[in-house]
Design a protein around this ligand. Structure first.
Ligand SMILES: [Fe+2]
Ligand SMILES: [Fe+2]
Length: 191
């Protein structure tokens, strides 16, 4: 069964490769905007769905099991908002236009900075403090979520207030009712 920290790392590597592929397309003078679109659309969707999946499945568990996880989580949600904003800017602009590239680069820069931090902070923290069984069962959930959502259709893709997010998850962790499922994350203590 896959470990969630490995699945997240695999996605990060895929993101880097897709942005590198966009460089190759940009370097060719004869690139058709439809080719840019074919490369960008799956990347844009996955950037957003990946962030949502982490917010639903990974960060609540980091808050429940990690060591001093609050600051890392606050940073991560803020970074996810920056990535979403870049993706949204590109989505509003004609593919291949200056504004489109600005959005793509805003998403790329925000994502690049974020991935490094997430890998060295949240993912490392979770490997050190969560059991293998938990990491694998979350990996299963993460994988199923990505398979079920090839795009953001039907998902809440809005920016989230980092402090409000952490408070809501911590309230859930502190809840004595294990059947409570306000964030759709089930009982954090039982895992
Ligand atoms: Fe990530
Ligand atoms: Fe992330």
């Amino acid at each position: 069964m896959p470990d969630i920290t490995q699945l997240i790392l695999n996605d990060h590597q895929w993101f880097r490769q897709q942005f590198a592929d966009l460089d190759e397309l940009q370097a060719r003078s004869d690139t058709d905007p439809r080719e840019l679109s074919r490369k960008w659309e799956p990347l844009a969707s996955r950037l957003d769905v990946h962030a949502i999946a982490e917010e639903k499945i990974f960060y609540p568990q980091l808050l429940a099991h990690g060591e001093d996880p609050e600051d890392e989580t606050l940073d991560a949600i803020g970074d996810h908002n920056d990535i979403r904003d870049g993706v949204a800017q590109a989505e509003r602009s004609p593919v291949g236009s200056r504004q489109w590239w600005e959005g793509v680069w805003a998403a790329r820069r925000a994502n690049d900075e974020h991935m490094g931090e997430e890998e060295n902070e949240g993912l490392a923290n979770f490997r050190l403090h969560a059991t293998t069984g938990l990491r694998e069962s979350l990996g299963q959930q993460f994988s199923e979520f990505l398979d079920a959502h090839p795009t953001t259709e039907g998902l809440d893709n809005s920016d989230k207030d980092p402090e409000g997010y952490v408070e809501a998850v911590e309230a859930e962790i502190g809840s004595s009712d294990p059947t409570r499922d306000g964030l759709g994350i089930g009982s954090l203590k039982e895992n």
